[in-house]
Design a protein around this ligand. Structure first.
Ligand SMILES: [Zn+2]
Length: 218
C-alpha cells in the first residue's frame, strides 16, 4: 500500500514536471552565453560562478554571468562561503538586488556534462537561500545542461533547453575576461605563471575567439 502511494506520487510529479518543462524558458543573451564559454575555455580545469536573472512571464532571462575568487582542480571548483557572503553584501550595497542572484553554473572542463551527486548536493545547499535556482553546467565543447529548481512550496526541478539570444562578444571583451580569470582563479597544483603559459599553449586567442564565434548551434 505504502509503495503504491509512492509510485502514484512519483507519477504525478513526473506529469507535473513534464508540463512545466513546456512552459518554462531560460533565455541567455548570446553575449552572456559566449562569456560563459569564454570563462570555461580559459582554464583547463573546472571553473564555477554565479549569475543574475529576471523573471518575465514564464521566462527566466539571464542578466549576468560572473566569477568570484575560487580554487579549482580538474574535478572540483570551490568558492569560499565567506567570500560569497562578502560579495553579496558588496553587491547589495552597490545597488544590486541580492534576490536576482539565483543562477549558479560550473564547467566540467573537457569532460562530458552530467549532474553528479556533488552537483545535486550543491543545489540543495544553495536552495536554502533563494526559493528559485537556475543551474547551468557546460564544458569546453559547448554542451550545456540546464535545470530550474524551486524549494517552496515543495521541492521540484525541471530540465530546460536554454534559448540563446543572438548578439556579439568582441576580442577585446574576451581578452578582458581572460585577465579576470587570471586574477581570480587559482589552482593548488600549478603556480600562476606556468598556468598562464599552459593556457596560452592550449588555447591561443584566435582559437578561442573562432570557437566562441561558431557556437550558435549548441
Ligand atoms: Zn557537474
Amino acid at each position: 500500500m505504502k509503495s503504491n502511494l509512492g509510485v502514484q506520487r512519483n507519477s504525478r510529479e513526473h506529469v507535473r514536471a513534464s508540463h512545466l518543462e513546456t512552459e518554462i524558458r531560460v533565455v541567455i543573451p548570446e553575449y552572456l552565453w559566449k562569456k560563459l564559454l569564454a570563462y570555461t575555455r580559459l582554464v583547463s580545469t573546472e571553473i564555477n560562478g554565479y549569475g543574475t536573472v529576471e523573471i518575465r512571464g514564464s521566462a527566466i532571462h539571464v542578466t549576468d554571468i560572473f566569477i568570484l575568487k575560487q580554487a579549482v582542480s580538474s574535478t572540483r571548483a570551490h568558492i569560499d562561503g565567506e567570500d560569497l557572503a562578502m560579495w553579496l553584501d558588496h553587491f547589495s550595497r552597490s545597488g544590486g538586488e541580492a534576490e536576482s542572484v539565483c543562477l549558479q553554473w560550473h564547467s566540467h572542463g573537457m569532460m562530458p556534462v552530467f549532474w553528479s551527486g556533488v552537483d545535486d548536493a550543491n543545489i540543495v545547499n544553495l536552495l536554502t537561500l533563494p526559493p528559485l535556482l537556475v543551474s547551468l553546467e557546460v564544458n569546453h565543447a559547448g554542451d550545456c545542461l540546464c535545470r530550474v529548481d524551486v524549494s517552496r512550496p515543495l521541492p521540484l526541478h525541471v530540465t530546460v533547453k536554454p534559448t540563446i539570444e543572438l548578439a556579439g562578444l568582441s576580442p577585446a571583451e574576451v581578452a578582458q575576461l581572460g585577465e579576470e580569470v587570471a586574477s581570480l582563479v587559482s589552482t593548488g597544483v600549478l603556480s600562476l605563471t606556468p598556468r598562464r603559459s599552459h593556457m596560452r599553449a592550449s588555447l591561443p586567442s584566435y582559437f578561442l575567439i573562432d570557437q566562441i564565434g561558431g557556437i550558435d548551434e549548441g
